[in-house]
Unconditional design. Sequence first.
Lengths: 220, 217
Amino acid sequence: MYDSRAPYDKSAAMWSPDGELVQLSYARKASERGAAAVGMIIDKKTILLAGETLFDPLVVRPDKIQEIDEKLFLVASGLSTDSNLLIGQSRILAQQHRLIYGEKISVRALAQRLGDLMARHTIQGGLRPFGTALLLAGFNPVTNDAELFFVDNGGSYFAVNAYAAGSGNERVIESLRKEYKVGQPIENAKKLILQIVSSALGKKETLTEKDLEIRILTVE
Amino acid sequence: MNFPTNPLYDNINQNQIQGLKGTTGLALKFADGVILVADRRASMGTFVASKQAKKVHKLNEYTGMGIAGLVSDAQALVDLMRSELRLYHLENNFPPTIKVASSLLSTIMHGGYRRYQPWWVQLLVVGVDRRGAHVYTLGPDGSVSTEDYFAIGSGTLLAMGLLENSWKENLPQDKAKELAISALKVAIGRDSATGNGIDGLIYSIKTPEVEEINIDL
């Protein structure tokens, strides 16, 4: 099939006449092929993270939700090798921050550093954009309030109350827009996420916590 | 460098270094905050190179830094820290703690020390943050420690003698200010590299305003 975007997808650092970074769009597609990931701030002290782990029964179930530092977690969706690179880099950035400043890195600062790294991969020649999108969850060191950040393949990052990455992300985000409210009981939140992800992925039966790894993060 | 607390003391031929040095600076915690004072003399050997040297610096609204040692190094670190703390605040969307400031300085200074290019200074990093009042002290090797009261510079032992005897926990602000000034006056009286007046800063958790001390002697 002829793609009208050729030849502007020849380099990640090349604009199309419409102002699109075509390789970046392809990279987003790659992350949308990854397992679904959802994050949601339940209330000021509680965050829910969820990641789909429906895989081959021959493969030992991998951990979708990764610890970066104390009370700082990351869910990556997309090409797993790219995810692993970013998870490793996040852990190094977190420890570098502790060594230099003597304090834990904040979610915002980590999102910013990862965003910078990922953005560089859309500017510099010879590199390709990361095929993975990230959700970062933790707590503000000053206010202790729950914080959730989304980092896009191109490196743009923003704070969210609830967001999704990976397969069915658009439908999940659409549902979250309608259904999200602050301060619901944890059990309700879990049920809501299971429902939303199941319908977004077009599952006949609602997923259970066996198929969707769910983790509740609390401040204390 | 002519103060005995410097771990490099034995290795230094004092005549080779003709930078501006000699100081007494001290900091102490009190009930609601922290006081930082220092003298105004900068010396080159026996010559009084300045009678109005500035040795207490505001890094931001709630962090102060007292310097002793090579003046050019210390001034460079003050400028660097002002920028670094502002960048940290902007990147994180919350203010850096006093611990952040002292850890970063320690990283910088230990890096220099291990590359045979030490920052020729002793520092006091003080202030109030969300965790309360703090006094940190740093050596030219990058060592850092947190203290209730501490002195730096050539008059260290003189000032510490009085502080050791008279400092108590939870002193009221006026008594603490009195103690800081009289401890510095001991050094001014008996250390030839210390003198010409007193500058100081008082950071309190009760008020966001910094109180300045300026005494001509």
